[in-house]
Design a protein around this ligand. Structure first.
Ligand SMILES: Cc1ncc(COP(=O)(O)O)c(C=O)c1O
Length: 427
């Protein structure tokens, strides 16, 4: 808060397309989609209309013991577009809760099928799944999670393949991490409920992109060892990586999938945990059998949120937004080439419109800047002065524009990034 208050706080009053406006009348390009959420731009007429239309009927009624039309319709739509086999939807209100629910479903599933010893979790070092206790337990970012260690439950951890920080080729990195994973599964699978992974990109861990083939091999290993796979698509879902869901890149059908962020086009806090008939059926029974999944939130299945999520999915279809994102991604890849050549850029990582630019003091050795210099934050501060908002992850500058960003705005955003990095790191 001290840093924020000392740095002339920006207070947003309005948004229009990919621009945000502050109380002082300044305008900024939204270079991180308002924390990786926004898809179609701000103040979108179709999304606004979906909310006001729903508001004229009802804003919210509980999903506990009652249904509601937008929640039912959205569940049907989600199961149509999700990877094969994900046929059931459990709503909540943030990415963390969607993950938390996935963990509890996995844990309870094995108890329902008479294998309560399968109660543990395996996740990846440097992963991020949200800030609630379960989500933090499977997270692995020291800065965020270490302090709370005593509050968290123990979890097995595997290495996420970070090619930039690995001495060897991409393939060697992938194989080394898979071998380590396989070894853990061979020793521990009998006590594991599920593996939790951020498919294709570790987001908050620094936009670390998985080598091709890794996700498919991970899914195969989970199947072979009879451990469920929970794909956390909170950041990668809804077109962000150039497919509707990142799992599609390697035809992976997880047992559980958590989504949030872009589900409502970034408008309202709705999240969902999807799962299969196999898992759903384990919770099916007479009242006296007590197979119920005891979990719920007050705003579960909120009508306003579900209505805007449906309108967002309509826009994906009418604007062919996933295909368009693939084109925008290629454009961004080209635009970023000169950035990759800058003196203090160690690595430019990208999957679709999910970009991380790692700043280093010495690109030859990969030596980082002293953390006290907060180089990532300095670059983002300069980008703000130049008219674009984004936030760093340590010394990784994040670039995640709304998927519907027009080409000329993409060009302007990358230009600002380039200039901010040059001016701050090369001064
Ligand atoms: C992969 C992933 N999972 C979960 C979360 C948590 O989502 P929320 O902030 O909505 O709780 C995030 C947030 O950045 C995320 O990137």
């Amino acid at each position: 808060m001290k840093g924020y208050l000392e740095s002339d706080p920006v207070v947003i009053t309005r948004g229009e397309g990919v621009r945000l406006f502050d109380a002082g009348g300044n305008s900024y390009l939204d270079g991180n989609s308002s924390l990786w959420l926004n898809i179609h731009g701000h103040n979108h007429p179709a999304l606004n209309a979906a909310i006001t239309g729903q508001l004229g009927r009802i804003a919210h009624s509980t999903l506990l013991g009652l249904g509601n039309v937008p929640a039912i319709e959205l569940a049907a739509r989600l199961t149509q577009i999700a990877p094969g086999g994900l046929s059931k939807v459990f709503y909540s209100d943030s990415g963390a809760t969607a993950v938390e629910i996935g963990l509890k479903i996995a844990y309870a599933y094995w108890r329902r099928v008479g294998r309560p010893e399968k109660s543990g979790f395996l996740s990846f070092r440097n992963g991020y799944h949200g800030d609630t206790i379960g989500a933090m337990s499977v997270g692995g970012i020291d800065l965020f999670h270490d302090e709370f260690g005593p509050m968290l439950f123990p979890v097995e951890r595997a290495r996420y393949p970070n090619v930039y920080r690995f001495e060897g080729t991409e393939q060697e990195c992938s194989q080394a991490c898979l071998a380590e994973l396989e070894d853990i599964l061979e020793r521990k699978a009998a006590g594991l409920a599920c593996v939790v992974v951020e498919p294709t990109v570790q987001g908050a861990g620094g936009m670390v992109a998985m080598p091709e083939g890794f996700l498919g091999s991970l899914a195969r290993l989970c199947r072979e060892h009879d451990v469920l796979l929970l794909a956390d698509e909170v950041a990668t879902g809804f077109g962000r990586t150039g497919r509707m869901f990142a799992c599609e890149h390697e035809a992976v059908c997880p047992d559980i999938m958590a989504v949030g962020k872009g589900l409502t086009g970034g408008y309202l806090p709705v999240a969902a945990t999807l799962t299969t008939d196999r898992i759903y059926d384990a919770f099916w029974g007479e009242h006296a059998e007590l197979k119920t999944f005891f979990h719920g939130h007050s705003f579960t299945g909120n009508q306003l949120g579900c209505a805007v999520a449906l309108a967002s999915l309509d826009l994906f279809e009418s604007n062919r937004l996933v295909e368009r994102t693939q084109l925008s991604s290629s454009r961004v890849a080209d635009l970023l080439k000169p950035v990759a050549g800058l003196a203090h850029v160690g690595d430019v990582r990208r999957r679709g419109l999910m970009v991380g630019i790692e700043l280093v003091e010495d690109p030859e050795t990969g030596r980082s800047f002293p953390w006290q210099q907060a180089m990532g934050a300095q670059v983002c501060r300069r980008a703000l002065d130049l008219g674009m908002i984004t936030r760093p992850l340590g010394d990784v500058v994040v670039f995640m524009p709304p998927l519907a960003t027009p080409d000329e705005d993409l060009d302007a955003m990358v230009h600002i990034l380039h200039r901010a990095i040059c001016e701050v790191t090369e001064q």
